[in-house]
Design a protein around this ligand. Structure first.
Ligand SMILES: [Zn+2]
Ligand SMILES: [Zn+2]
Length: 288
């Protein structure tokens, strides 16, 4: 506890010496406007729906454009399986159904959750950015374990064909495939999103910041492109696009969404390691 306090004090002192964020003024004004003009129910439900839709398609956009840029094809992981219009349209239909009929009711639930636990919405109670980062990291650790366990169970041959098979329709994924899933999977894995919130949420803004992080992560690992200097790789033990792309290609192993430690600990990444070694040998032979 003492160590946690000293870490937070150090970060707070460092933050005092950092230059002011030029976006903090407009952000404060927008947040104050929103809380003054809309009810907490409207913010939690319709606001979350809007934020989710905007972020989802905005984050998917670069990957969508890459398919038309020949010079980006050297970063495509399974470059023998390009995206098709039919596949992308089918994906769009399923994710729109999930967004409006599964995730929207869950968003209505978040309003009741915030009321039950007295989670504030006002600007003045907002935690500083470094606390938000810490809370989001903790949410990611909790969600990662939930996802790893449930994902492995869904791959059990007794259940696979009923639910998780839908997500594996795309053997070479692209960004929007992130939420292409059976409604039951959206519900079961979506529960993991709220687990961390249950333990660490101190302000409503955390739902959106954690949501932003989760979308950046899941769309990146499904993007099908391994781009150099990707800032997501600054996260310790981050899985990345190659790691999850292998899961779609191989149908087994690499079950965790964000961190590599559970697959390493339970030995579910052995096929991926073998595959990487074979690739490295092939590349070595090509250079010789
Ligand atoms: Zn899977
Ligand atoms: Zn996937």
């Amino acid at each position: 506890m003492e160590m946690n306090d000293s870490v937070i004090t150090t970060v707070r002192l460092m933050a005092d010496y950092m230059p002011d964020n030029p976006l903090s003024g407009p952000f404060e004004a927008s947040w104050r406007y929103m809380t003054a003009h809309y009810t907490e129910f409207q913010i939690a439900t319709w606001g979350s729906l809007l934020v989710h839709e905007l972020l989802y398609f905005l984050i998917c956009l670069p990957g969508f454009i890459f398919q038309f840029l020949p010079f980006m094809q050297k970063y495509k992981i399974q470059n023998d399986k390009p995206e098709t219009w039919a596949g992308q349209l089918q994906c769009l239909k399923v994710i729109m159904f999930n967004h409006f009929f599964i995730q929207l009711p869950l968003m209505c639930g978040t309003y009741h959750f915030t009321q039950w636990f007295g989670i504030p919405y006002d600007y003045d109670s907002m935690p500083p950015w470094y606390m938000l980062c810490l809370q989001v990291f903790c949410c990611a650790v909790v969600e990662d374990l939930w996802h790893y366990v449930l994902h492995r169970i869904m791959h059990h041959r007794r259940y696979y064909k009923y639910v998780h098979k839908v997500h594996h329709h795309f053997q070479a994924p692209f960004g929007a495939v992130a939420e292409y899933a059976h409604p039951v999977e959206t519900l079961v894995l979506g529960t993991g999103f709220f687990l961390g919130i249950l333990f660490f949420c101190t302000h409503f803004v955390q739902m959106w910041v954690w949501g932003l992080f989760r979308l950046l992560e899941t769309i990146d690992v499904h993007s099908g492109y391994d781009i150099p200097y990707n800032p997501m790789h600054l996260l310790p033990c981050y899985t990345g696009a190659r790691f999850h792309d292998f899961h779609h290609m191989n149908f087994n192993g690499n079950y965790a969404p964000t961190f590599r430690w559970w697959d390493k600990l339970f030995g579910t990444d052995w096929q991926y390691k073998e595959f990487c070694n074979k690739q490295a040998t092939k590349d070595g032979l090509k250079k010789d």
